[in-house]
Design a protein around this ligand. Structure first.
Ligand code: PMP
Length: 284
């Protein structure tokens, strides 16, 4: 396996950053995960738009032209011979003597890795459906920035694993679901309307979430952006999660309570099947 580290393609096992990289010391960095499907980068434009927004919000310099970043992403995919999987891209503020304030002269660090993932395995998981648990949302109020500062997400995902679930949904102080630890959360109401929380500062504006909205529109499915409670989700007709790595994944249980008839629903499975009709592809 090959990784990209600050201008070089290096063997994955030997890929290293400096101990005083601010990503390492402060989680002072941002990232993207882009799906690779049939050798193509999926929705890379939208991912790079979001990357630039995250960088701008944290006042981290852009590490280079978009065209150069895109080229490197394609090269990392190619060198790792990935047909299906994902590419991970991380930009940190850079390497400087440890001090909380921004360093004066620093160049952002750029790291990329790629990994294969089995589509058959993911499809089998979607056919079975997944379980989620709920946990209090104890994150800061700028989770719209895709930063590498992910401790609450790490702890939530671990809690899910220990409960035998696939994902943990964060719940705000009013009992409303914000999003999953690494996914956006959706329900399908009795009337067949899709509901997902509005993308303000309280959730990450998922790329997959945006595409699913677009795909729903072409299928005459109504989408409403509003908060939904855990109670509403438990009694919804269907529920599902979205992310670049999972696409649309049906949720069949919430805190041990079956959703609908406890099986993946037709709306979620239909959106999963149609998802890639709505994406932009860039061959790697
Ligand atoms: N919310 C959070 C907290 C995430 O980490 C992710 C995945 N990076 C998502 C939502 C889904 O975003 P996307 O569809 O862009 O993968």
């Amino acid at each position: 396996r090959i990784a990209f580290v600050n201008g070089r393609y290096v063997p994955h096992a030997a890929a290293q950053v400096h101990v005083e990289d601010r990503g390492y010391q402060f989680a002072d960095g941002v990232y993207e995960v882009c799906e690779v499907r049939d050798g193509a980068l999926i929705d890379v434009t939208r991912h790079l738009d979001r990357l630039e927004r995250s960088l701008d919000e944290l006042r981290i310099d852009h590490p280079g032209e978009r065209s150069a970043l895109t080229l490197i992403m394609r090269e990392v995919v190619r060198r790792n011979r990935i047909r299906n999987g994902m590419v991970y891209l991380q930009v940190t503020r850079g390497v400087a003597p440890r001090d909380h304030g921004f360093p004066a002269d620093v160049r952002p660090s750029v790291v990329m890795t790629a990994r294969a993932a089995s589509r058959a395995k993911a499809d089998a998981q979607a056919a079975a459906g997944i379980a989620v648990i709920t946990v209090p949302d104890n994150r800061w109020d700028r989770v719209d920035i895709k930063s590498t500062s992910l401790l609450p997400n790490v702890l939530a995902k671990q809690a899910a694993r220990e409960a035998g679930a696939y994902e943990a949904w964060f719940v705000d102080g009013d009992g409303f679901v914000t999003e999953g630890s690494s996914t956006n959360a959706w329900i399908v109401t009795r009337e067949g309307t899709l509901v997902t929380r509005a993308a303000e500062h309280g959730i990450l504006r998922g790329i997959t979430r945006g595409v699913v909205s677009d795909v729903a529109a072409t299928r005459q499915i109504r989408v409403v952006e509003r908060p939904f409670s855990v109670e509403e989700a438990k009694t919804a007709r269907e529920a599902f999660i979205t992310a670049a790595t999972t696409i649309v994944m049906p949720v069949v249980s919430i805190d041990g309570h079956a959703v609908g008839d406890g099986k993946p629903g037709p709306v979620a499975l239909g959106l999963r099947a149609a998802f890639h009709d709505g994406v932009e592809r860039l061959s790697a």
